[in-house]
Write a protein that binds this ligand. Structure first.
Ligand SMILES: NC(=O)c1ccc[n+]([C@@H]2O[C@H](COP(=O)([O-])OP(=O)(O)OC[C@H]3O[C@@H](n4cnc5c(N)ncnc54)[C@H](OP(=O)(O)O)[C@@H]3O)[C@@H](O)[C@H]2O)c1
Length: 281
């Protein structure tokens, strides 16, 4: 039973592979796929099969997936290019006869008006159209999206208002992804995954409580937040996408409100105080 993991050269895919190894999957039955495969050299030394492939190169994907049974499809990071890239992945999986796919999607992808959800719902639809039994892990917001050590000096800034965000450590979602691909069959097609819901004001208050420093949250309009992000160095397109995510979060788009993560992990999710402690460490 061979499991291919894309995005294996990024932190999410790597953590999922570590979790599969801990679950007893033999290293030789895991195929780690990415472009910068030098980052996965150590996995290769431990017996994981490492293959280079690009979402832009269908032949490389077909070669990487050949002979595999399951695919943990970690979404790409090139926003705006992912519909075509992800279709290439789905087509290659179909050609390789993959029998189960677990895909990392976005919160409430099918109903969300967040810009980032568009490419994810298109991918979910492509997976459904392929007929391959698929699981959609609609991953909540990583705590790693917030630079809490920097917030100690500069506070937190955003445009999410009073919207609760189900903030979660990336590693916890990666562990859930490993559980989902390791499981036999497809028990549930859609999982809305996230941690304890907090407003960004509550997140700042928790950082204050733990650090003993006064950390405040400044809420801006999406337009002002876009300008703020550009001023601190983000390219304007990325800034607009981040600000749009906060705009949607203000209306609950990043609040999960399910126990799906607990279900996949087989244990309670990490409480926000512990999540913050880890991010400040
Ligand atoms: N929920 C959230 O808060 C959140 C936040 C950030 C990202 N995400 C999503 O979660 C995914 C995984 O997270 P991460 O932190 O591990 O992301 P990351 O560090 O950006 O890693 C992205 C991974 O995707 C691979 N990739 C990107 N473009 C590719 C292409 N054209 N062809 C083949 N591989 C490609 C990269 O591999 P190479 O560069 O080696 O090819 C890398 O392994 C991201 O890609 C993104 O879709 C979610």
């Amino acid at each position: 039973m061979t499991i291919v993991v894309t995005g294996a050269t990024g932190p999410f895919g790597r953590t999922a592979i570590e979790s599969l190894l801990r679950r007893g999957v033999p290293a030789g039955q895991i195929v780690a796929v990415g472009r910068s495969v030098e980052k996965a050299k150590d996995l290769g030394e431990r017996g994981v099969v490492v293959k280079s492939a690009s979402y832009d190169d269908p032949a490389s994907l077909r070669e990487a997936f050949a002979g595999a049974d399951k695919l943990l499809f970690v979404s790409g990071s090139e926003v705006g290019r992912r519909v075509e890239q992800h279709q290439n992945v789905v087509d290659a999986a179909k050609a390789a006869g993959i029998s189960k796919i677990v895909y990392t999607s976005a919160p409430h992808a099918d109903t969300s008006d967040m810009i980032l959800a568009g490419e994810h719902v298109a991918t979910e639809r492509a997976l459904i159209a392929s007929g391959i039994p698929s699981v959609f892990l609609r991953n909540g917001w990583y705590i790693e999206n917030y630079n809490l050590p920097t917030a100690l000096d500069h506070g937190l800034t955003g445009a999410a208002g009073e919207g609760k965000i189900s903030i979660v450590p990336r590693a916890e979602l990666a562990e859930a992804a490993a559980a989902a691909i390791h499981a036999d069959g497809v028990e549930q097609q859609v999982y809305e995954l996230g941690g304890e819901g907090v407003t960004l004001g509550e997140l700042a208050a928790e950082v204050s409580r733990q650090s003993g420093r006064e950390v405040t949250y400044t809420n801006l309009s999406p337009q002002d937040y876009t300008e703020f992000l550009v001023k601190v160095g983000l390219p304007s397109e990325a800034a607009a996408v981040f600000a749009d995510s906060d705009r949607a979060a203000a209306n609950g788009a990043l609040f999960t409100g399910t126990e799906d993560l607990q279900k996949l992990l087989g244990r309670p999710v990490t409480p926000i105080a512990e999540v913050v402690r880890g991010a400040l460490a």
